[in-house]
Design a protein around this ligand. Structure first.
Ligand code: HEM
Length: 363
């Protein structure tokens, strides 16, 4: 049998050689990176030979996300393969890690080395077309610096009086007779109320029994947006199979809602009284950001608010199972801060200052 010639076999051969060379080059650069950072051999997840492209793996992910078992699922895999392992999803090598050193590196020391716009851009574009979650490189650096300037002063951004008011409203949602209730839902509302008060200078008041309709819709729209972004993030390319009408409508309404605030802020100009009533949008406006930037940055931090709610829910879930820890915590709070809400007054609450000033800053 002779060697096939002609344009088609040669094109196929050329394509295969090119693929092979690209693979070789990629393997070489990965090896160089592994040497540079002293990475160990990463464990590979064992999957069926039939799923060499990782299609079943993607379906499995989507299934667990849908049935709210994603946490148990990833937890089982970490137990099986260790703190860091690699999987193949739709031909991509995906690394999973719960190793604190890796997480610290990715989110803190080496943050700028990890681009995310390819993955996040398509998810976040409808709501924050040019926000911190959709850009990389220099644009990301500019946004990060803007945020750092606004968020680095704890005393300015943590308004204890506002926190206390919101917290008291939150307590009223708790059933009086020790009944079980969904604390996560309440924390989501608490977080959005605090975050909107901080970001817009006007809380959406979703914990109140009768919030203003426009604000109520905004909180609902944000919920739809966050749910869709997270769900689609899990689904990967399969997200194109689902309808996006509700998501797009929610994005358009939520953007309009925040743009109204942004346009009013810009129209008002720069306040002469800097000390009075800081809020995020006002601070950004004073630094010369335009209305679109105000809206993008504000929506980005409003979208980040689930982090607060889920952290609090997780903490309270654990506390509810460990009475000894609760009583120790309570004792420490009483000793360090006293029975009244904390203040920044150094003379009467030295230790509460210490607690607050040690909180994290954006890297
Ligand atoms: C307990 C509370 C919080 C937790 C656990 C948390 C956690 C995180 C994590 C893990 C990331 C990195 C996500 C990633 O890149 O994949 C992140 C990013 C971010 N968080 Fe938070 N966060 C919290 C509160 C907040 C608050 C209160 C704000 C705003 C006022 C905020 C704003 C942001 C922003 C803007 C980013 C994107 C940073 C960037 O891409 O450079 N977060 N947060």
């Amino acid at each position: 049998m002779g060697i096939p010639t002609g344009p088609l076999p040669l094109a196929v051969l050329g394509f295969l050689v090119l693929m092979w060379l690209l693979k070789l080059r990629r393997a070489h650069s990965l090896y160089a990176l592994e040497q540079q950072y002293g990475c160990g051999n990463v464990v590979k997840e064992k999957v069926s030979r039939l799923d060499f492209l990782g299609v079943l793996k993607l379906l499995e992910f989507a299934h667990h996300f849908r049935h709210k078992t994603a946490l148990e699922y990833t937890d089982t895999l970490f137990k099986k393969y260790g703190n860091t392992y690699m999987s193949q999803i739709l031909g991509y090598r995906i690394h999973f890690t719960c190793d604190p050193a890796n997480i610290k590196h990715i989110l803190s020391t080496g943050f700028a080395d990890y681009d995310s716009s390819k993955l996040r851009g398509p998810l976040f574009n409808p709501i924050t077309p040019h926000g911190i979650f959709t850009v990389d490189g220099l644009d990301w650096r500019v946004m990060r610096d803007q945020l750092r300037t606004q968020l680095s002063n704890n005393r300015r951004i943590c308004d204890f009086v506002m926190f206390e008011q919101q917290f008291q409203t939150f307590l009223q949602r708790e059933p009086p007779d020790g009944q079980r209730f969904d604390i996560q839902e309440c924390f989501i509302s608490l977080a959005i109320d605090i975050q909107s008060g901080f970001a817009l200078g006007d809380s959406v008041g979703s914990l109140h029994p009768s919030p203003a309709p426009a604000k109520k819709h905004f909180a609902e729209d944000l919920h739809v947006i966050k749910e869709t972004i997270v769900r689609d993030g899990f689904r990967g390319p399969l997200r194109h199979l689902s309808r996006k009408l509700e998501f797009r409508r929610s994005c358009a309404r939520a953007r309009r809602f925040v743009m109204d605030y942004a346009e009013r802020e810009v129209a008002q100009g720069i306040s002469q009284d800097n000390a009075e009533g800081y809020y995020f949008m006002k601070g950004l406006n004073e630094k010369g950001a335009d209305a679109a930037q105000l809206a993008n940055q504000t929506l980005s931090i409003l979208l980040a608010n689930d982090s607060i709610a889920t952290t609090l829910s997780g903490i309270f879930f654990l506390l509810s199972q460990h009475e000894r820890v609760v009583s120790k915590l309570r004792q420490i709070v009483l000793e360090e801060i006293g029975p009244n809400p904390p203040t920044y007054d150094l003379t009467s609450h030295t230790s509460s200052m210490r607690v607050c000033d040690s909180s994290q800053q954006l890297p």
